[in-house]
Design a protein around this ligand. Structure first.
Ligand code: PXL
Length: 264
């Protein structure tokens, strides 16, 4: 299940989640938190649903379907964050992956500022995996992150928020590793770095959503957390490579979700 918002251009949000989960062989359900009006270069408006409607969707799914893993994406209001955290605290959201959607790839703020505390103290402690990108990590920590060393420190500090595994994604490059996208993983004990060559393309809209959705798919398939993250990295790398030459819209186009193969 994904708890996230719709993107009218179908590059990010629930569309990215559904395509990713379908490509990796799991059945996706969703609870929609908000509707956004956007295309590949403009984020025009957003309308959140009432938190009670988000709760209704989540409970309708949980009361009927065998939910194996859950992802959160854009949780448009503080009320929605606290509703989701409350359901998680009841132990009803297995293998929870929290992708903190703070900024879209068009750099527009899509996060309720008062949600930061709720994330820190209520939602992230329930998470198996927490996946901020560099900009989100910087926003959460209140300082800029410029180097791979900064990124490592950020993973360790955000790890204290309580997720079993914290992944600070390297899609927004640090200054000293421009040619690679290095994801830094911290499990409270050791740091693991997953590098991938950076693909020169503007078609990266929805890459963060797709990464978290791919992790959820792996957890639903009983993979270990590390295996699920490694496969997600490979999946997103291939999906970006597959769509790199596409010309869809004037801005950040989508990924190719369906060209993936397990062998690379
Ligand atoms: O990529 C983050 C994201 C998540 N969810 C929705 C979005 C975006 C970015 O634009 O629109 C709905």
């Amino acid at each position: 299940m994904t708890i996230a918002a719709s993107d009218s251009a179908a590059g990010a949000g629930i569309a990215a989640d559904l395509k990713t989960m379908a490509a990796l062989g799991v059945y996706a359900t969703w609870a929609i938190t908000a509707v956004t009006a956007q295309n590949t270069h403009e984020f025009r408006s957003v309308q959140a649903l009432p938190a009670s409607m988000v709760r209704d969707q989540i409970e309708a799914i949980l009361d009927d379907l065998p939910v194996a893993a859950v992802k959160t994406g854009m949780l448009a209001t503080a009320e929605i964050v606290s509703t989701v955290a409350e359901i998680a605290a009841q132990g009803r959201l297995p293998h929870l992956v929290v992708d903190p959607v703070v900024l879209s790839s068009t750099r527009r703020w899509v996060f309720a500022p008062e949600s930061v505390e709720l994330f820190h103290y209520s939602l992230v402690p329930m998470a198996e995996v927490f996946t901020p990108n560099l900009l989100e990590a910087a926003a959460f920590l209140g300082r800029e992150l410029h180097t791979l060393a900064d990124q490592r420190e950020a993973a360790i500090e955000l790890g204290t928020w309580g997720a079993a595994l914290t992944v600070v994604k390297g899609g927004w490059a640090v200054d000293d590793r421009r040619e690679e996208a290095v994801d830094v993983l911290w499990n409270g004990n050791e740091l693991v770095e997953l590098p991938a060559p950076r693909i020169p393309t503007a078609n990266n809209h929805g890459s963060g959503c797709s990464f978290a959705a791919a992790i959820v798919a792996g957890l639903a398939q009983d993979m270990t957390t590390l295996d699920a993250v490694e496969r997600a990295k490979s999946y997103v790398h291939q999906a970006i490579a597959g769509g790199a030459g596409w010309h869809l819209g004037a801005g950040h186009g989508p990924l190719d979700h369906f060209g993936w193969s397990a062998g690379g």
